[in-house]
Design a protein. Structure first.
Length: 111
């Protein structure tokens, strides 16, 4: 049985055959690199003035996004993270990230 907190807001049913349907998020299948349309951003808002490079527009599973993030972090030699469908690289590495993505077969554009 699922956690009761997932059913908050559900109205009671007197139907004996009623089964609650949980909203399950389905991840999209990962598109091949040639069909991805990625955008590379430079951002510093909400980061205490620190500059980061953000890659947005990836369509695929979380595991594939994490693998892309590892490849970019390793290529730039810096840290970063992957969350909310985007890759965050520490520092302003737009040129290097763009060249890494193009060499890997992705379509990308600096914004």
């Amino acid at each position: 049985m699922a956690d009761w907190k997932e059913r908050l807001g559900m109205v009671y049913s007197t139907n004996p055959d009623f089964e609650y349907n949980y909203d399950e998020k389905v991840e999209e299948a990962t598109l091949p690199p040639s069909q991805q349309d990625l955008r590379v951003w430079r951002d510093s808002k909400g980061r205490g003035g620190k500059v980061v490079t953000i890659v947005r527009g990836f369509v695929g599973t979380g595991d594939d996004l994490a693998e892309l993030g590892r490849m970019l972090k390793r290529g730039c030699g810096v840290g970063g993270s992957t969350k909310d469908g985007e890759v965050i690289i520490q520092g302003d590495h737009r040129e290097h990230v763009t060249s890494l993505l193009l060499n890997a077969g992705y379509k990308c554009k600096k914004v």
